[in-house]
Ligand binder design. Sequence first.
Ligand code: APR
Length: 229
Amino acid sequence: MACRGHVAGRLNGCGNLRREWRATFRGAGGLWKDYKPEELANAEAFAKNPKLVWEWYNHRREIIAKALPNPGHKALVEFEKRKPRFTLITQNVDGLHDRAGSGKILKLHGDIWRMKCTVCGANWPDRRTPLPRLPPHCQCGGLARPNVVWFGEPLADGMMKEAEHAVTSAQVFLVIGTSAVVLPAANLVPYARKAGAKVIEINTEETAATGMVDCVLRGPAGDLLPRLL
Ligand code: APR
């Protein structure tokens, strides 16, 4: 594959973490305290019972802390080193791209390792697992929430604009490990196509994006991405 100029790529939940994640939250009998993720990852649930929502996030953070970046994450770090205009766009909140060493990341859905004050809006990193006190609070005394985008919430200001700019100025757009159904990120595929980028899907299965892309590579991202370097 010839990748020249601006490459926008995204890697979304693959490898060990996804397997653990499914087993814990979405696999048979794997719901946390009988809650589905969408029942807790929303502002109403948090307003009603912040401690419960934080217990769930605390649990997720403990699982993620044990996961390791896979060869796919590491290959994207290499892409970034070789292509100065590379942009990584992800819906993942797990921070594995940071841990792998990626530097230029647009985290569309935020970051589970950051907190945001519901009162003053301050935003800060906190990697402690487990968190010492639930729910956590800001220095101003306000209740803190995970700095992630919940169901029904918009993306952070300017985030989608930056992502659109990256894909519409890219020559190659790798669409990696996403079902391509969650908006607004799923719109990046037609935007990239329309702007003239070559769009390559890397996924183990057919997705909503498959019919729109120039090239499909079937298989695990952890196997395929290192081979594209
Ligand atoms: N390599 C490549 N593709 C993979 C691999 C792998 N190792 N493992 C899984 N996949 C593919 C699946 O085939 C599927 O198409 O990853 C996709 C995962 O799809 P979703 O679970 O829908 O995840 P995603 O598209 O990332 O979801 C977007 O929704 O639930 C939220 O928090 C989630 O922010 C995320 C958003």
